[in-house]
Design a binder for this molecule. Structure first.
Ligand SMILES: Cc1cc2nc3c(=O)[nH]c(=O)nc-3n(C[C@H](O)[C@H](O)[C@H](O)COP(=O)(O)OP(=O)(O)OC[C@H]3O[C@@H](n4cnc5c(N)ncnc54)[C@H](O)[C@@H]3O)c2cc1C
Length: 474
């Protein structure tokens, strides 16, 4: 009997397992693939994800494998510099191969004590009042108290749950792969620059050792289940560039679409959905992995609280209430960006207008805050603007604030030195620091770093500790 079974060991599933293990939850991760993916896509980790990684002490592991880039030019690839004074200690983009993120997270999860079983596809489940019986492809049955589907856009868990996934089907498909080329580098670079002026996505980028990363629009796809062939790439390169650049010896070939869909519900009883299993959208602005990792941060401590028995009754439902609107917003911004990337005269005119408007710092900032997820403010009710937002990694007397959040617990940061977390001290840490750079007396932070309360009154604090962290211990 496990506490939680997670279907899928992608970035979302691995991050969720790590968050649960911080609270000693017995976790089993089932991954259908026998080996980690070799399919290299360089993804960008945006500011909020970098902050979350720093909060758990993971950022130092990731940094040596990635390249820092300016936090700019994300929205529809409109080339504007970053807005002034982006408020974060991590105000950059980290470009890093997705398989590296997955490998480091899987190692981390195993170090924390989660079980990861590869070559195990979830094919069925049944839930009752006490738990979920999960069935694997080979007929084995496993039992857990909760099941979370982190099994990607074609999620088996979501389909078996019968949760609707409305939205728009894929309209355009793109081929992506790594291969060797015969043509000289200068010739390729010149041709790619010429084509990219009118046709996107299109690139052939040297990847080292004579290998190129190739991205080219696909022709009509007959069967989406069939992987693309080298011949598909050659044909499309010839059609668009007039030459196939002598591509040969592929390392891997893949295809992705631009479908946009959002799950109608994130929870049905003891079964939940997170990451691409709950939302898909085109990779414009590079937000999907970030969104999934952030789902995991929101869900992890709440599910752990439910299992540890201290969760207030409605806590688990705040996962959908908080995260689904965030995904809705991401879907909308990718729809808008997709329009702005169209070569049609109307969208091109709107693009020129928006490019002009982005000279206003406020406009530029709003768009960057959307893509990097630092503008999120959860609805925790009436209160100062900081309520529901993330707290920055401010300096505190022990060093950096995020360094105190590695254990995934709540934190009361008390500048008055008068308050106490009393019976919640098994779930919430206490830091008295009159020197902390804050313009409010005290803040209560949730384990995901969002501000759950602001004030200086003990009774009011106790009410909010109950709201988020349940009944105090005796
Ligand atoms: C070209 C491209 C570029 C991208 N660039 C970016 C970017 O820059 N930034 C960004 O944030 N995002 C980017 N994305 C999106 C990102 O790759 C996805 O959003 C991310 O992989 C989602 O993570 P996930 O863990 O939710 O799902 P997945 O990565 O799909 O992982 C799901 C896992 O579940 C497993 N699985 C599936 N079914 C089962 C089953 N029945 N039982 C057990 N296991 C199962 C799968 O094998 C897989 O390992 C890009 C996507 C593409 C296509």
């Amino acid at each position: 009997m496990f506490d939680v079974i997670i279907a899928g060991c992608g970035p979302t599933g691995a991050m969720l397992a790590a968050e649960l293990r911080l609270h000693d939850v017995r976790v089993l991760v089932l991954e259908k693939e026998t080996k980690p993916a070799s399919f290299v896509r360089i993804v960008g980790l945006h500011i909020r994800s970098l902050e979350l990684m720093a909060m758990r002490g993971l950022l130092d592991r990731l940094l040596p494998h990635g390249r820092r880039r300016p936090a700019a030019g994300f929205f529809a690839a409109i080339p504007k510099p970053a807005p002034k004074g982006l408020d974060s200690a991590y105000a950059y983009l980290l470009g890093i191969p997705q398989p590296v993120i997955e490998r480091l997270l899987e190692e981390h999860v195993i170090e924390l004590g989660a079980q990861v079983r590869r070559g195990c596809a979830v094919t069925g489940f049944e839930q009752d009042d006490e738990g979920v019986t999960v069935e694997l492809a080979d007929g084995e049955q496993l039992r857990s108290r909760y099941l979370v589907g982190c099994d990607g856009g074609r999620s088996t868990v979501r389909k078996l749950l019968g949760v609707g996934f409305p939205g728009e089907p894929s309209r355009t498909e793109t081929l992506m792969g790594e291969m060797e080329v015969g043509a000289p580098q200068e010739e390729i670079a010149a041709k790619v620059t010429e084509i990219r002026e009118t046709r996107q996505p299109f690139w052939l980028r040297p990847f080292g050792e004579g290998i190129y990363s190739v991205v080219v629009p696909a022709a009509g796809v007959r069967d989406r289940a069939e992987p693309p062939t080298l011949e598909d790439f050659k044909q499309q390169l010839r059609t668009i560039a007039g030459t196939d650049f002598g591509v040969h010896s592929p390392r891997w070939l893949s295809r992705f679409g631009d479908a946009t869909r959002l799950a109608e519900r994130y929870r049905v009883g003891r079964v939940l959905l997170a990451g691409d299993a709950a939302h898909i959208h085109p990779p414009i602005g590079g937000q999907g992995l970030n969104l999934g990792v952030q789902d995991a941060f929101n869900l992890g401590w709440k599910l752990a609280a439910q299992i540890r028995g201290w969760a207030p009754e409605t806590l688990l439902d705040t996962y959908q209430a908080e995260r689904r609107p965030v995904a809705e917003d991401v879907l909308d911004n990718t729809r808008a960006q997709a329009e702005l990337l169209s070569a049609e005269p109307g969208p091109q005119a709107v693009r020129r207008l928006l490019t002009e408007l982005m000279d206003f710092d406020e406009v530029n900032r709003r768009l960057i805050e959307k893509i990097t997820a630092i503008g999120i403010r959860y609805d925790f009710g009436e209160g100062p603007d900081l309520l529901g937002r993330r707290l920055l990694d401010i300096d505190v007397k022990q060093g950096h604030l995020y360094g105190l959040l590695h254990r995934g617990r709540g934190l009361l940061l008390d500048r008055t030195e008068r308050l106490t977390v009393g019976g919640w001290s098994d779930r919430v840490d206490y830091l008295a620091d009159p020197t902390a750079v804050l313009d409010v007396p005290c803040v209560l932070l949730r384990p995901d770093g969002h501000v759950a309360w602001i004030g200086d009154d003990q009774q009011d604090l106790d009410d909010h500790l109950s709201r988020w962290f349940g009944k105090p211990a005796d």
